[in-house]
Design a protein around this ligand. Sequence first.
Ligand SMILES: Cc1ncc(COP(=O)(O)O)c(C=O)c1O
Length: 350
Amino acid sequence: MKNYAREAISKIGGYVPGEQPRGLKRLIKLNTNENPYPPSPKVEEALKSFDYRRLRLYPDPCATELRNTAARVYGVKPEQVICGNGSDELLTIALRTFVGEGECYAYTEPSYSLYPVLSDIQGAKPLPIPLDENFDIPENAAELARDAKLIMLARPNAPTGNLPDEERLKELCRKANGVVWVDEAYADFAGSSFISEIANYPNVIVSRTFSKSFSLAGLRIGLAFAPEALINEMNKVRDSYNIDFLTQAIAKAALEDVEYMRANAAKICATRDWLSEELRKMGCKVLPSQSNFIFVKPNRPASEIFTELRKDGFIVRYFNLPRISEFIRVTMGTREDMESFLEEMRQLDK
Ligand SMILES: Cc1ncc(COP(=O)(O)O)c(C=O)c1O
């Protein structure tokens, strides 16, 4: 049959998201780094008080109130904020804004598996930068990425969970010839941020998502912070009405209750640290995590453990990729969920 798609698209498989199970069987879902706690009560209020008649009109194309609130919370100017339909949309906008077809796009590896897919879709020249033996930014990253128009990395990294070394990241920002995109999807679990650094580098963009720490993966909203000149260029690429009315209102309400988000993040971090220790006591290797998930090398082959966990109702993530095929990634659920998970791991170890 004739294929009507661009060659760049027809030859790739596309991004494969983590499973979203349907059905009645009780499953403990620990595979896509969602938050086990509900969003803030302020979100519920915003939903209940939303006037459905507003949906007749197009939303504010600039998401002004949401950007003003974000600017206040994160200590930047509203002109330094752009909103996306999830941070994934912002990553796509970045490729389309900064990387022409055939131009060089660098991303660290192993990292978020969407990064290389974006390269294929854009028809860019992919340049994977291998992380070092500690899954940190390699010392020669700037040299390796010399020709890149855009360099993407996650801080903390996924799926390994570690924060990259601050000095190496700063050196990369200083030496890079292109834009450095710092994906902070999990930064609220690390308690540190690179956002204030946008004041120090003309080429740095930091993105955040509401999908993890704010418990709003189903809403689809992400933010990016950057010097105004970069935001202006990305705004030319962004769809005018990419954030609907309801999402603007709900995301604003969530930002007005960061204390609630931080309290949940603290609970999740405590569960993470406790579970990491317990799994280590069993002999598993657990990488130090600053995120809401852990990367675990079980005592038996990871692919087997993944399949057996699935059979028993625990969904985790397994990547059959170089350097990480011996690990499973486990999202933190409630303490109760993770006690069941630990018990299951002990059974599988027998
Ligand atoms: C590193 C990283 N960045 C971005 C995202 C996507 O976030 P969003 O839900 O805002 O599109 C994820 C989701 O898993 C992620 O792991």
